[in-house]
Design a protein around this ligand. Sequence first.
Ligand code: GDP
Length: 467
Amino acid sequence: YGLINSVESAGASVTGALSGVFSEPALRLGVTGLSGAGKTVFITSLVANLLDRGRMGRMQAVAGGHVEAAFLQPQPDDTLPRFDYEKHLAALTGPAPFWPEGTRHISQLRLSFRVRPAGILAGIRGSRIQHIDIIDYPGEWLLDLVLLDKSHAQWSTETLARMQNRPYAAEFLTRLAATGPTAPHDEATALALTDSFTTYLHAARANGLPDITPGRLLLPGELAGSPVLTFIPMAGTGGRGSLGREMARRFDAYKAQVVRPFFRNHFARIDRQVVLADVLGAIHAGPEAVDRLGQTLSELLSAFRPGRNAFLLRLLGSKRVERILFAATKADHLHHSQHPRLSAITTALLRQSRDRAEFAGARTKALSIAALRTTVEEQHDRNGQMLDCVRGKLLDSGKQAAFHAGDLPADPMQIIGQSGHDTQRWLNGDYRIMQFAPAALTRAPGDGLPHIRMDSAAEFLIGDLLT
Ligand code: GDP
């Protein structure tokens, strides 16, 4: 296997040929979630911990000693950016650790394992190679699936109707009212309107709303500023050369040249998927935000539902995503005594979203995790009562501080489905100021990164392939 190790810098073609010769199986693992959900930190931690395996005891393959080696190799897709693992790891583990920049576009990383089969097979078969191709992509791009069924006129009517009662849409709506679809098309006007619409989309995402199409306006990748990303919703249309006609044409071009290729070239090839979400952030923001997170999750899940969309049905044929993990990230903000409740809430959110999306087929699981644990647990006396706290280094001041974010309810339904009711707010105490920096680490070889339940996540996602 010296050869396999040494091809690391030799280019993908060598590995391609090599995996062809031995027909080594490769599994494509998608990682998604909206911006800020924790994709970059998750992948960095997953890879570091699978390479080292010192903290992955809940994986049967690790506990049973089946993984002989794990190593990074050139990825199979020559035209995709590589996930910049080394840079992100260096950010998290340097002498003054900091959070890496989050996911802005799709990227890929191939992690390969040398696996010794269990039992008598070990003697007969010897070890084998299993590749895991990790695909990181913005959840915003997945939400674009709804556009495929719609014309520009339908999308515009729905979008503009929803914008009417959102205060942060006022600026765009005023600008839009000043021009009309029959006005002659002019690129400067189109760009200015798109800019204003993009500002609105950012505000809508910050408010947790699931209807934030087109996703590429939020995360344009290399398409920023191009005509295919310069369009807006407009009621009505005009004749040849009008703004309305041009916006409709670009909407169709966006679907044909951006959305469909993404689903065809990347999404359709995913075998297993993890969807990350900042559930704690939503709980802190209140019942409306939790409700919106549930709607967003339903939208994301329905992309994986067979038959949801004629285009997807044609594209996928009988291929299905086998497993989907829904993970609530950043659980290190809470003392472990609260984790069962967070997990119960996450499970209930998943169940609700499955029902809404009428989802069936893939195995699903919900977990609360921390890809990188930034806190330690302590108990503090407050007015004679012992409180379970977490302590970490604050991002702003660099000072150590201990917090009790508040208690979560034992019954998840006290949080879910409470939108519009005048109910109790949860985590509305210290949570707002709990912005922790990554803790400085003293790492021994083989240590991996400190985490919460990343081994359970990995067990569900790929554990069966490594024994
Ligand atoms: P992405 O946009 O989905 O790639 O999100 P990132 O991976 O960049 O994470 C966004 C931010 O969430 C990070 O900059 C951190 O501030 C925070 N974060 C992510 N994972 C963790 C975690 O495990 N623990 C804590 N405390 N914060 C996290």
